[in-house]
Ligand binder design. Sequence first.
Ligand code: HEC
Length: 122
Amino acid sequence: MMDLKVRVLKIFASAVIITGIAVLASCERYAWAPPVIPGDIVISYSGHLYPECHNCHGSWDINKTYDELSSHVDTISPESSAILQIHGSIYQTTMVQINDTLTIPLSDAVILWASQGAKNNK
Ligand code: HEC
């Protein structure tokens, strides 16, 4: 027969564990939620993308960089663009500030830009 004290302890312990998991789970969701990208956001080649490329590819001017980028993106299926393969995780960890409230990974910015026609836009 189980001692009452042990039962109370067990119930208490499982309550603590369940609460802990719930807190961790909600915490994780909060910390890792990707930013929601509003549908009307337009990615600018010269404003958003080029400065990031230029940080690493300093010897390429804005036109050369555009040629390099536009020739390595797929506007039909942006997610399979070669430029994403070339850079791997670099694009996920390079963050681009789009406006006052939105900062997204370069990978998302490039995918969005490609889906918007990969234009040499401002
Ligand atoms: C954080 C640094 C970084 C950023 C930001 C970056 N690149 Fe790169 N890029 C690299 C590195 C490193 C390589 C070499 C990868 C390899 O060859 O393994 C590379 C390779 C490339 C290549 C292939 C070059 C070749 O000789 O075949 C192209 C094209 C390129 N980058 C274009 C761009 C463009 C366009 C952007 C901006 C949208 C950009 N990169 C942003 C670091 C960066």
